[in-house]
Design a protein around this ligand. Structure first.
Ligand SMILES: *[C@@H]1O[C@H](CO)[C@@H](O)[C@H](O)[C@H]1NC(C)=O
Ligand SMILES: [Ca+2]
Length: 336
C-alpha cells in the first residue's frame, strides 16, 4: 500500500507542476509592464479633446469620475474612445474592464461594445459606431442577436481580423467573418466584468472573467494572426431601437516580455498586412451546440491534465480494489 501512496504523491506533484503554467498564463496586473500611454484608468486624467490628450472621445461618450459611458441607455446613440498614441509594442495584452447594464428585459437590449486595434481611429460607421471596412483587429461583445436564425446564446463575444476588404455584417452578427467566439453572461451583473485580449507571436487569445471568480476563462485562442505595430487601440458602442448603458471602467495595456529572432526584429512591423492563416475558412464556421470554446484545440497542458486525471482515476480504482481484495481475504481467512 505504501507504494500506492508514493505513486499518488508523485502524481499530485506532477499535477501541481502541470497546473502552474496555467496559473501564470496571463499577466497578473504586473504594474512594471503597464503602459500608461496606452491605458485608460480612473480618474481619467488627460481624457478629452485637447492636444496633449492621450485619449479622444467621440459621439455620445461621457466621461465621469468613475466610468466612461460610450452610450447611455437611450435609442440610437453612438460613442467611441480612442488612444491617440500608436502602439509600437510587438507583444501586448489589453485588460478591458467594462459594464453593460440597462432597464431592457431579456433580449430587449443592445447592441454591445467593440474593442479595436486598427489603423484608423475616430472613423465612424455602422459597426458598433465604427467603420465596417477597418484594417486590424476587432473583438465584439455583441449583446443583441440580429440574426433571427441564430442558435447561439447571446451575449456573444467574437473576434475578426480585417485588411479592409471585408465588411462586418451586422445583420448576421458578423458570423461570416468571425475567427472564433463564445457566449458570456456579461449584462446587468452585480460584480465587475473583464475581457483580456492578448496578441503575441502571431497568436490571438481572448479570455473572459465575468463570474466574479477572479480567473480567466478561455474564449478564443488562434494562431497565425498577423497584425502590424503602429495601430490604435479603441473601444466603441452603439444602441439602435434597443439600448443599454455601455461603460468602460478601464483599459489597461501590458507589455509582454517576449524574445524574437533577429530576423523577426529586423522586419518592418509597421508594414505587416492584417491577416489570418486559417486551416479552415471562417465561412466554414459551424456552431457546436454549446456555442462555447469552439475552434479551440487541446493545448499541451490540457492533454496532460486529461491524461493525469485518467491516471489518477486508475490509481484510485487500484487502491480501492486492493483494499477490498485485502478485506475479503482477511474475511475469508476468518471463515476457514
Ligand atoms: C485581404 O484579404 C483578402 C481575403 O481576406 C485577400 O484575398 C487579399 O489578398 C488581402 N489583401 C491584401 C492587400 O493583403
Ligand atoms: Ca448583434
Amino acid at each position: 500500500m505504501r507504494n500506492f501512496g508514493a505513486f499518488l504523491g508523485t502524481a499530485l506533484v506532477f499535477l501541481t507542476l502541470g497546473l502552474c503554467p496555467v496559473c501564470s498564463d496571463l499577466t497578473d496586473g504586473n504594474a512594471e509592464y503597464l503602459k500608461r500611454e496606452h491605458s485608460l484608468m480612473k480618474p481619467y486624467q488627460g481624457v478629452g479633446n485637447s492636444l496633449s490628450s492621450q485619449w479622444d472621445f467621440w459621439g455620445s461618450t461621457l466621461v465621469t469620475g468613475s466610468y466612461v459611458r460610450l452610450t447611455p441607455d437611450e435609442r440610437s446613440k453612438q460613442g467611441s474612445i480612442w488612444n491617440t498614441v500608436p502602439c509600437h509594442l510587438k507583444d501586448w495584452e489589453m485588460h478591458l474592464q467594462f459594464k453593460v447594464h440597462g432597464s431592457g428585459k431579456k433580449n430587449l437590449h443592445g447592441d454591445g461594445i467593440a474593442f479595436w486595434y486598427t489603423k484608423d481611429k475616430l472613423h465612424a460607421g455602422p459597426v458598433f459606431s465604427n467603420y465596417a471596412r477597418f484594417h486590424g483587429l476587432a473583438v465584439f461583445i455583441d449583446t443583441y442577436s440580429n440574426d433571427d436564425a441564430t442558435d447561439r446564446s447571446f451575449p456573444y463575444i467574437s473576434a475578426m481580423v480585417n485588411n479592409g476588404s471585408v465588411s462586418y455584417d451586422h445583420g448576421k452578427d458578423g458570423r461570416l467573418s468571425e475567427l472564433g467566439g463564445c457566449s458570456a453572461e456579461i449584462r446587468n451583473r452585480e460584480h465587475d466584468t473583464y475581457l483580456a485580449i492578448r496578441y503575441s507571436k502571431e497568436r490571438l487569445t481572448v479570455m473572459v472573467d465575468v463570474d466574479d471568480k477572479n480567473e480567466w476563462k478561455e474564449c478564443i485562442d488562434i494562431g497565425g494572426v498577423r497584425l502590424p505595430t503602429g495601430y490604435f487601440f479603441g473601444a466603441s458602442a452603439a444602441t439602435g431601437d434597443l439600448s443599454d448603458n455601455h461603460d468602460i471602467i478601464s483599459m489597461k495595456l501590458y507589455q509582454l516580455m517576449v524574445e524574437h529572432t533577429p530576423e523577426e526584429e529586423n522586419l518592418d512591423w509597421t508594414k505587416i498586412e492584417p491577416s489570418v492563416s486559417l486551416l479552415k475558412s471562417p465561412k466554414d464556421n459551424i456552431d457546436d451546440p454549446t456555442g462555447n470554446f469552439r475552434s479551440t484545440p487541446l493545448t499541451g497542458w490540457k492533454v496532460f491534465l486529461l491524461l493525469l486525471c485518467a491516471l489518477l482515476g486508475i490509481v484510485v480504482c487500484a487502491v480501492v480494489g486492493a483494499v477490498v481484495f485485502q478485506k475479503r481475504q482477511e474475511r475469508n481467512k476468518r471463515f476457514y
